[in-house]
Design a binder for this molecule. Structure first.
Ligand code: ADP
Length: 260
């Protein structure tokens, strides 16, 4: 049985989905999509049924990270799509439907229509969680998405670096503005630990996650190190958490997932 940690009801209940959770970042490249995939796998390892909606219309990376970028959703009525399956997760992404170059030139309204379709015209099975990988940033598109999609909460991914934190703060402010509860901050690329000597190098500074979460009174979901295995598994579309459930990395994602 999955617990539901937040108190508010979704703005508009989506039939088969219990929790719609947005994964956001103020800045690109901080590991938002990587975190989405690993949190989804970690939630699944806890026994939840989980899907991913890749809303990063301009840079969809979920298909590559799930290792099925050559596949396409099927439709029996030309209106609804069957989501794709990988590692026990279901997913849909603009990346399965159009070429990257096509979507990259869409204007805001077209991008937000595409997203509505991905959410509403995908035949999502019964899910405990649908994680929505939002585009980075806090512009008009993100604001519209946060308002249009009945999300029940948001996770904000950041590195501990000042420049990323400043943007993460804007993302938190955006969710506050549209009354979406921030479920927590996930600090990614917190440090790198040398495999040979065990020394931890804090490449992007330290304690940024603590500061931003305490400043906003939201939970710090964890510290995820900069680790070659995370990069290798996601690059090759493999599931770190399923294949190496006992590794410290899997456990760190598991601890984060249990707070959602
Ligand atoms: P975003 O979605 O924020 O743009 P991505 O998830 O695409 O960021 O990550 C950017 C790059 O950093 C990718 O190449 C990814 O493999 C790598 N990456 C992300 N998080 C980690 C990590 N904790 N350790 C190693 N590499 C990471």
């Amino acid at each position: 049985q999955q617990k539901v940690a937040f108190s508010g009801q979704p703005k508009r209940a989506h039939r088969s989905i219990r929790n719609l959770v947005a994964v956001a970042s103020g800045k690109g490249g901080v590991g938002k999509s990587t975190s989405t995939v690993n949190l989804a796998l970690a939630l699944q390892a806890e026994g939840a049924r989980v899907g991913i909606l890749d809303a990063d219309i301009y840079g969809p990376s979920i298909p590559i990270m799930l290792g099925n970028s050559q596949e396409h959703p099927t439709s029996s009525d030309n209106k609804h799509m069957q989501p794709l399956e990988a590692h026990g997760l279901v997913a849909n992404s603009i990346g399965y439907l159009v070429s990257k170059d096509d979507a990259a030139i869409w204007r805001g309204p077209m991008a937000s229509r595409a997203l509505q379709q991905l959410l509403n015209e995908t035949l999502w099975p019964e899910l405990d969680y649908l994680l929505i990988d939002l585009p980075p940033g806090t512009g008009d598109i993100q604001l519209t998405l946060a308002q249009q999609i009945p999300v029940s909460g948001a996770v904000v991914v950041t590195t501990p670096q000042n420049i990323a934190l400043a943007d993460a703060q804007k993302a938190i402010a955006m969710f506050n503005k549209v009354n979406v509860p921030v479920l927590g901050v996930l600090e990614n690329m917190s440090y790198h630990q040398c495999e040979k000597c065990g020394h931890k190098e804090y490449l992007f500074a330290r304690d940024g996650g603590e500061h931003i979460s305490s400043h906003n009174q939201v939970p710090l979901l964890g510290h995820i190190p900069l680790d070659i295995h995370i990069r290798e598994y996601t690059d090759s579309g493999k599931a770190l958490i399923t294949e190496r459930p006992d590794s410290p990395l899997s456990q760190a994602y598991g601890a984060a997932a249990r707070q959602l």
